[in-house]
Design a protein. Structure first.
Length: 214
């Protein structure tokens, strides 16, 4: 049987991180932080909502209010609705892999509502159906392997027969900790860190099918 494939969402399936970082840069100015989009990306990459709020609190001395969090969620959704796109060459790769009989799931650090909204906006939702899992469903977020183990269980796959596609070293560590193989997608500056994580690294989703096959 073909190995099961488990995809992170942001930065792997959808080209969301520049949009999210732009919103985070703009809204954290209200809290007294002067972060460029690149700095916001580096600070918040791979974090849960609570992790982002903790990171802000460490720098400002207070967690943002519920009203700020509400505005953050809607500002992100607005940006996604207008501009969100699928990662280049990803859709063709997934269609090819589905045709080869691979079972597929999404396992994300983001909230379930955000992940489902992102998949709906980009038209990817039918490719995964109900196999969408997030770290709020398990005891521990990445880099713990919990969400990947949940996805494997629901797909009916042994961890050793799973391949995870990730774009962060923490996510790759989570996959390897689960006993799975990891493919790191690193089209830019994260290439070195992804190599160091132990993942097999690709720079283009055009290389995904061959990386899975190997």
């Amino acid at each position: 049987m073909s190995p099961a494939l488990i995809f992170d969402c942001d930065g792997v399936l959808i080209d969301s991180e520049h949009l999210a970082s732009r919103v985070e840069s703009e809204l954290t100015h209200e809290l007294g932080l002067q972060l460029s989009p690149a700095e916001a990306h580096a600070l918040f990459l791979g974090k849960t909502v609570d992790g982002v709020l903790d990171a802000i609190a460490q720098r400002t001395g207070a967690r943002p209010s519920a009203a700020w969090v509400y505005n953050w969620a809607f500002a992100t959704a607005h940006a996604f609705h207008r501009e969100l796109a699928v990662v280049e060459q990803l859709r063709d790769a997934i269609e090819d892999l589905r045709g080869r009989g691979h079972r597929m799931a999404v396992a994300s650090q983001s909230s379930l509502a955000r992940v489902r909204f992102s998949l709906d906006v980009t038209g990817l939702a039918p490719l995964f159906g109900e196999h969408v899992y997030v770290t709020s469903m398990v005891a521990r977020p990445k880099p713990a392997p919990d969400v990947y183990l949940l996805a494997a269980s629901r797909l009916g796959a042994d961890p050793a027969d799973c391949v995870v596609v990730e774009d962060s070293p923490a996510g790759a560590a989570a996959a390897l900790g689960a006993g799975m193989r990891a493919i790191g997608y690193a089209p830019g500056a994260t290439y070195g860190a992804m190599v160091s994580s132990g993942a097999k690294v690709i720079r283009s989703m055009g290389d995904l099918v061959s990386a899975v096959a190997s």
